[in-house]
Ligand binder design. Structure first.
Ligand code: ATP
Ligand code: MG
Length: 256
């Protein structure tokens, strides 16, 4: 049965999509069967996996509103050796349409149930909000991976997310837990970043992943080539950090 993880942080541009795409490709390279679910109307995880989001006839939107089966909508990443449930701007309308549907926060969970035994990992890339889409992600998952930058305001934003996760755990999904915090876009030359990083370790202990993803331009360039960073330039520091993170995840799921 697949272990299902949501990559979430309601803050925008903190590295959720980069984390999802690179973790997916790095896990696939270690012979794990992976499905990447793009839950963001921006479709960045779709594009970053080499799938043309403009050419899609069906997407995760159709799955959520019940117009198509997940098995018929998923596609293979041409670059990354994993499957993608793709998204594009169609998904922006889903929230409003889903208001009419029963159990609207559990639509993705239901859809994933049919394919869970085909994968070792399902990774869900959430949009930068605590919206119905993110709620669908949280209701489907065994755990949440929180990528964060070691900045002053990062800790403040974290408490909103942690509270949301607690509420979902209490009311909608008893399986849900925080798997860990991943430090991304890290710049060790900045004292503030080192301080926030140390605070995170003090406060969250071994919930902080040992892998630290540095700020690395090769990771930022990769999506414009439709490639995960770990494939675009495997020798880059950022790629190596995501490979280390994938190994850590494989170890961590054994303890869950
Ligand atoms: P959104 O909230 O809009 O979905 P996000 O949290 O998914 O954003 P990303 O899209 O992964 O964040 O990253 C934001 C930007 O930062 C992108 O341009 C990405 O290429 C770049 N980026 C992500 N991680 C790194 C890194 N480690 N080093 C350098 N650039 C990075
Ligand atoms: Mg994103």
């Amino acid at each position: 049965m697949a272990r299902i993880f949501c990559v979430a942080n309601q803050k925008g541009g903190v590295g959720k999509t980069t984390t999802c795409v690179n973790l997916a490709a790095a896990l696939a390279a270690r012979k794990q069967r992976v499905l990447l679910v793009d839950l963001d109307p921006q479709g960045n995880a779709t594009g970053g996996s080499g799938v043309d989001k403009r050419a899609l006839t069906r997407s995760v939107y159709h799955v959520l509103v019940g117009l198509a089966d997940l098995a018929a909508v998923r596609v293979r990443s041409p670059s990354g050796n994993y499957d993608v449930l793709p998204a594009n701007r169609d998904l922006a309308g889903a929230e409003v349409e889903m208001v009419e549907i029963d159990d609207r926060e559990k639509r993705l969970k239901k859809a994933l149930a049919g394919v869970a035994d085909e994968y070792d990992f399902v990774l869900i890339d959430c949009p930068p909000s605590l919206s119905l889409l993110t709620l669908n992600g949280l209701c489907s998952a065994h755990g949440v991976i929180i990528p964060m930058q070691c900045e002053y305001y990062a800790l403040e934003g974290l408490s909103d997310l942690v509270n949301t996760i607690k509420k979902v755990h209490a009311n909608l999904n008893r399986d849900l837990k925080i798997i860990g915090l991943l430090r991304v876009m890290f710049d060790p030359r900045m004292t503030l970043q080192q301080q926030v990083s140390a605070q995170l370790e003090d406060h969250f202990g071994d919930k902080v992943f040992k892998a630290v993803v540095p700020r690395n331009v090769r990771l930022a360039e990769a999506p414009s080539h439709g490639l995960p960073g770990v494939i675009y330039d495997a020798s880059a520091k950022g790629a190596q950090a995501y490979v280390a993170f994938a190994k850590e995840m494989i170890q961590r799921v054994k303890t869950l």
